[in-house]
Design a protein around this ligand. Sequence first.
Ligand SMILES: Cc1cc2nc3c(=O)[nH]c(=O)nc-3n(C[C@H](O)[C@H](O)[C@H](O)COP(=O)(O)O)c2cc1C
Length: 322
Amino acid sequence: MQVLDQTTSHTDDLNLYASHAWRHSTVVAGVHWKNPVGTASGTFQYAAVRNFYDVSQLGAVSTKGVSPEPWEGNPGVRTAEAPAGTVNAVGLQNPGVDAYLEDELPKLKAIDATVVTNVAGHSDDEYAEVVSKLEDSDADMLEINVSCPNVTAGGISVGTDPQALSRLITRLRKLTTKPMVVKLTPNVTDITVIAKAAVEAGADALSMINTLLGMRINIRTGEPIIANITGGLSGPAVFPVGLACVYRVRTALPDTPIIGIGGIDSGEKALEYLYAGANAVEVGGAALLDPLAPLRVARELELLLDERPELSAKLAKGESWR
Ligand SMILES: Cc1cc2nc3c(=O)[nH]c(=O)nc-3n(C[C@H](O)[C@H](O)[C@H](O)COP(=O)(O)O)c2cc1C
């Protein structure tokens, strides 16, 4: 086995609390990000982190998926440890789109954050209702989470069926002029088939990956640990999976903006995603261990981009490395 040391610089002395002038920006579907690092949906909440750091410093913030009505999410136990990751079945708990429009979104826009509003639904009608309500909002981009079980698609998630996905995205495209990112699930045989269906139906950009299907069992009882039985695996364990998905979709769709997600906890890992063909990245579960992780990753990536002017220039123009 080849041991690859990807460590490139010592960044322990970064002062994440000082105000900072970013040197490397990116553009995703026409939207300017002040740096290429955002937060991943469900792992960021403004109220929880605003006292830790200046959230407006991030490239973008993707907020928790919003649905037409408030959802309580799944019963506990909702999370379980996994080797190099976490399995969660939080179940899209959120206060509903109206509360989001009154509370979290205005607060984020008041500090000049670039906001990617993540949209959830249990049916095509629910997605349509949320997207319609967001059309007149200040959200900069919409990110459609197509991993939720969908009754219109017979209970499966539309992200696993190209026809169901095409039907949903075609419908949503008519309801919004905002840049629409479709967030892909890795739980499919060929992610490029799903990616093409999303883009042909009107997606402006793609983000990937959502969590991988996983579970844990309590060997004292023989029963699943998580009440929902299965959940979604995130964290360092999924990093190579996300990277391969980005690379394969980039090869299949050379011109579609891609946001890379999965297991990113350092500037080096973010850089691998950019070299795989992503235009930007989002940091997820790492922020649950360390709230400052997205900002630290952005600063570490900045030092790496200082040494890579060709990559930096491409990102600033809305282009990708490959
Ligand atoms: C607790 C938790 C909640 C999440 N909620 C959402 C969500 O509401 N919408 C969504 O699109 N993805 C959600 N995700 C998936 C993450 O945004 C991300 O795609 C995934 O965790 C992989 O990235 P990571 O390995 O960096 O965590 C959630 C993940 C976690 C761990």
